[in-house]
Design a protein. Structure first.
Length: 188
């Protein structure tokens, strides 16, 4: 198999897994800022993390999940790396549930830090930063399990359920969604 074909086959999985790695690095930077009680920097990183994760989730909800669930029914054989359709629906439902959890938790944390911008009580700020850190660690732990399911199962299904033209189109759509970050995070 040529390098181009292999790259095309790995396109969706590579784009999304690389984004997982970028989000993980961002999460570690956020945790370091929280540990150093850098209120303003923590807020900026948390807001960026929330936005990056939202963009990633949007790419999966608008592109990946419908493409997998819309594969021809005969593709879901349960053999040769192909899932059964019920297995697919169940895995995607779990991933969607996780996505709701991530957005809810991080949204609450963003609002907590947003309120701290005008506060000057150091003890209260430290307490809130610790609360936000606990929330981020909880998200990080669940995200690790979530990403494992995606990278070791769901992303691989693209290669066995979809034809090459569908994979190429899906890769382009995923990459477009991942690059479509809110304007406040784009360089001036």
């Amino acid at each position: 198999m040529s390098g181009i074909n292999n790259q095309q086959q790995q396109g969706v999985a590579r784009a999304l897994a690389d984004d997982h790695a970028d989000v993980d690095k961002l999460m570690h930077r956020l945790l370091a800022a929280l540990d150093h009680e850098e209120k303003s920097h923590s807020f900026e990183l948390l807001d960026l993390l929330w936005a990056r994760l939202a963009v990633h989730i949007r790419a999966e909800h608008l592109g990946l999940f419908p493409s997998i669930l819309g594969a021809p029914p005969v593709s879901f054989t349960g053999s040769g790396g192909r899932p059964q359709y019920d297995e697919t629906k169940s895995a995607i439902a779990l991933l969607r549930h996780d996505h709701d959890f991530f957005m809810r938790e991080l949204g609450t944390a963003v609002n907590t830090l947003r309120k701290q911008k005008t506060r000057s009580d150091d003890d209260e700020i430290r307490k809130q930063l610790r609360d936000v850190r606990r929330c981020v660690v909880k998200v990080q732990s669940r995200l690790d399990q979530h990403n494992h399911l995606e990278e070791n199962h769901v992303y691989k299904w693209v290669n066995v359920l979809l034809g090459e033209p569908e994979r190429v189109a899906l890769t382009a759509r995923i990459r477009h969604e991942l690059e479509n970050i809110p304007p406040r995070f784009q360089p001036a």
